[in-house]
Design a protein. Structure first.
Length: 289
């Protein structure tokens, strides 16, 4: 493994890296997530629509043991080059759907690193990576997704993980749902997405090594729950786009809440994942077709 040239100019040379991969939307993972979420739908079968937001179950990372950091995260994350900053966190995403994906579809994904930026932060140096995925189904382009990730410096021994600035979540909303992020749910989501990052299932590592108060809820798990939350309050409506921004981590130490309301024009919705203290952990917007 070659470490990147760690400077703003050095990072720019990696922008434009590309990769292509293929996968098949088999029913097994989708049905296991359906059970993990306790959803009421019948078993998904060949030809059924894959729920929006559930593509995270496919195109899974493929790394041998020697391709992982001590914390279980990959050394080389595809088109993102190896980073000297050891801590990797979900920062948000944007998805645009062009056509539905069905159980049984053969998919091709084109991945491109579109941005890699170094910035100073309250916790030290930060590097923000933006990766765009274009997923093609048999009939053509099915969706475009931009995933944003932030890399951070290590927490020094004995220090606690610093909490970001808190923002009060809206309280005057018609949609609410309480989520209990217990260790079983986090383990199941880690297994279904082949995510070996130890902050999600190894409590001693999360608390003693990384300084968190408990196991960390996956950003993509929160995002998937928010998309399901939106479609449950808008049955039968097809999704056109979804964007999210991660504001603060969630933990398995207490239940958190999903909140939402329809947009003023009725064409979409505003969504929030809310910490037990009532502040925003993730904000999101959806637009319906």
């Amino acid at each position: 493994m070659t470490t990147v040239e760690f400077s703003p100019e050095g990072l720019k040379q990696y922008i434009g890296r590309r990769a292509v991969s293929t996968d098949v939307v088999t029913p097994g993972p989708a049905n296991l997530l359906r059970l993990s979420f306790g959803r009421p739908e019948p078993e998904l079968r060949q030809g059924d629509l894959l729920p929006p937001g559930w593509l995270c179950l496919y195109f899974l990372p493929q790394f041998p043991p020697d391709g992982l950091r001590p914390d279980g995260s990959p050394l080389d994350a595809g088109v993102v080059p190896p980073m000297p900053l050891p801590r990797r966190m979900f920062a948000g995403e944007g998805v645009r759907w062009h056509r539905p994906i069905h159980i049984g579809d053969e998919l091709r994904r084109e991945t491109e690193l579109t941005d890699l930026t170094m910035k100073p932060g309250a916790t030290g140096t930060l590097v923000f990576a933006s990766v765009v995925n274009r997923v093609h189904a048999p009939e053509g382009l099915a969706l475009e997704e931009e995933r944003r990730t932030v890399f951070r410096e290590e927490v020094r021994a004995g220090e606690r993980n610093q909490a970001p600035r808190r923002e009060e979540a809206p309280a005057d909303v018609p949609w609410r749902r309480l989520i209990t992020p217990d260790a079983v749910l986090l383990f199941r989501f880690s297994a279904l997405t082949f995510n070996s990052h130890r902050i999600h299932y190894d409590r001693p590592w999360a608390t003693s090594v990384e300084g968190y108060p408990g196991l960390v809820v996956h950003g993509p798990l929160t995002s998937t729950l928010l998309i399901d939350f939106a479609r449950d309050h808008n049955p039968g409506r097809a999704f056109l786009s979804y964007t999210s921004q991660a504001r603060a981590p969630l933990f398995d130490t207490a239940p958190f809440e999903l909140r939402g309301r329809p947009s003023a024009d009725g064409r979409g919705a505003q969504l929030w994942a809310v910490t037990p203290e009532g502040t925003v952990a993730m904000s999101a917007q959806v637009e319906f077709a």
